[in-house]
Design a protein around this ligand. Structure first.
Ligand code: EPU
Length: 421
């Protein structure tokens, strides 16, 4: 099992570029299943979640050519298998996205029970109600779900709560449905806009993506298309928070600053010294950081995926901050590990912690529970004096491509090893 060894306590310096967005790439790859024609998708991050999705696509008969640097050519003409391999699908929560194109193309889709997830329950009820609303029959077994539909009919569907992947799945289902679809209380993330833009390029008729009201007029078929994956706003935000927590001078290139407005607002209140450009943010050392409270919210609110890196920053800020995680019920347990490093964090309940800062952090042996807590641990280990190890780095590799090599270029002392220590 690989791990990271980090010698922390030294400031970082230099420039780092964000890659294509994980949470867009997975959806665009699923969209390519909706056509017999070729789709060329570029700027795909080379991360474990993408590798798992490509394995799933290949397994059902999609031809995937992986060119250089995240340039993929896909052709789904030959798809023949409607069931997702449980072994692969359970490693990737987003694999449920593939069920919509499979239903639309083959009239059937089978997917496994989602399995446990450290950040929360991740229920599937909204998806199931959505599939039914579009005319599919759903059979649940101990192993998973079987969806059957002779014909997908457009529908009015109201999301009882805002769900990113459920919104994307219903969009993927509605584009080839017969008739009109109205999605109400849809998620508004920029990745959803990117998905709708790509599908429209392929011939779909979607309006309103990026608002809670999405309208879709079904079409009989889609053609192929090209798509460049948008920059990863969560990677950009993670790097900005990491640089601010390490009180360093780092320029983060290739971002779309308008995707992170609430983060910039909060960083200003914290007293982070930064400069925003058209496609970059430059973080510079600051005099004093002030504690600021944050509540995660669906886009355009503060992203739950940046909550853990923000918490690490708050361990370096003066005063009390309340972190309120509203989206997932299991996404604050990593704070216990930060306490073992010297942080002063009190958990009020599974959704809220209070941080008393600033505190010195000390090196430790760490285990990454999920992608975002994982990057927060990298950040904490870079601040902490001495040698830390981080285990279970598959979780970090799921979302951040070759993170150690990119941080080494900023002067970080971080190494990947598979040696037993
Ligand atoms: N929910 C239900 N029922 C459902 C579906 C969702 O109750 O059928 C609940 C969830 O339990 C959660 C809330 O709805 O409490 C919102 O979750 P959502 O469905 O929006 O999350 P997701 O679509 O599964 C995506 C990202 C996550 C990101 C969340 C929130 C992808 C592949 N994943 O997950 O990304 O945290 O939206 O923004 O797009 C990550 O990248 O580290 C990550 C976890």
């Amino acid at each position: 099992m690989e791990k990271f060894i980090i010698h922390g306590g030294r400031p970082l310096k230099g420039e780092i570029r964000v890659n294509g967005a994980k949470n867009s790439a997975l959806k665009i790859l699923a969209a390519a299943l909706l056509t017999d024609d070729n789709c060329r998708i570029t700027n795909i991050p080379q991360i474990e979640d993408v590798f798992r999705l490509v394995e799933l696509l290949t397994d059902i008969g999609v031809k995937v050519k992986n060119g250089s640097r995240g340039d993929y050519l896909l052709n789904a003409k030959g798809i023949a298998k409607s069931s997702l391999s449980p072994d692969i699908a359970q490693k990737l929560k987003g694999s449920i996205l593939m069920t919509a194109p499979l239903l639309a193309r083959l009239g059937r889709a089978d997917f496994p029970q989602p399995g446990g997830c450290v950040i929360g329950q991740r229920p599937r009820d909204i998806f199931i109600d959505g599939f039914k609303a579009f005319g599919a029959s759903v059979r649940e077994t101990a192993k998973g779900y079987s969806l059957l539909a002779k014909k997908i009919r457009g529908a009015k569907f109201v999301f009882p709560l805002v769900s990113v992947t459920a919104t994307e799945t219903m969009i993927l289902l509605a584009v080839l449905a017969k008739g009109k679809t109205d999605l109400i209380n849809a998620a508004c993330e920029p990745e959803i806009v990117a998905l709708a833009d790509f599908l429209n390029k392929m011939g779909a008729k979607i309006t309103g993506a990026g608002t809670p009201f999405v309208k879709i007029e079904g079409v009989s078929h889609l053609k192929g298309g090209n798509c460049e994956i948008m920059p990863d706003r969560i990677e950009g935000g993670s790097f900005a928070l990491l640089a601010a927590a390490a009180n360093s001078s780092v320029k983060i290139n290739g971002i779309n600053p308008s995707h992170l407005e609430v983060l910039w607002f909060l960083l200003e209140k914290v007293g982070v010294n930064f400069e925003l450009g058209r496609d970059f943010v430059k973080i510079k050392p600051a005099q004093e950081l002030k504690a600021v409270s944050v509540k995660t919210h669906e886009y355009p609110g503060f992203p739950t995926d940046l909550q853990a890196p923000f918490t690490v920053l708050m361990t370096q800020a003066s005063g009390l901050s309340l972190i309120h995680e509203t989206i997932f019920e299991g996404r604050l347990f990593y704070t216990d590990t930060l306490n073992q490093m010297g942080a002063k964090i009190i958990m009020c309940d599974p959704h809220r912690v209070v941080i008393q800062g600033p505190t010195k952090l000390f090196s430790r042996r760490l285990v990454s529970p999920d992608i975002r807590a994982g990057i927060a641990m990298v950040s904490a280990a870079l601040i902490a004096k001495g040698e830390s190890t981080i285990e279970n780095i598959y979780q970090i590799d799921r979302g951040y491509e070759k993170i150690e090599e990119r941080l080494q270029k900023l002067g970080a002392n971080i190494k990947r090893t598979d040696k037993l220590l």
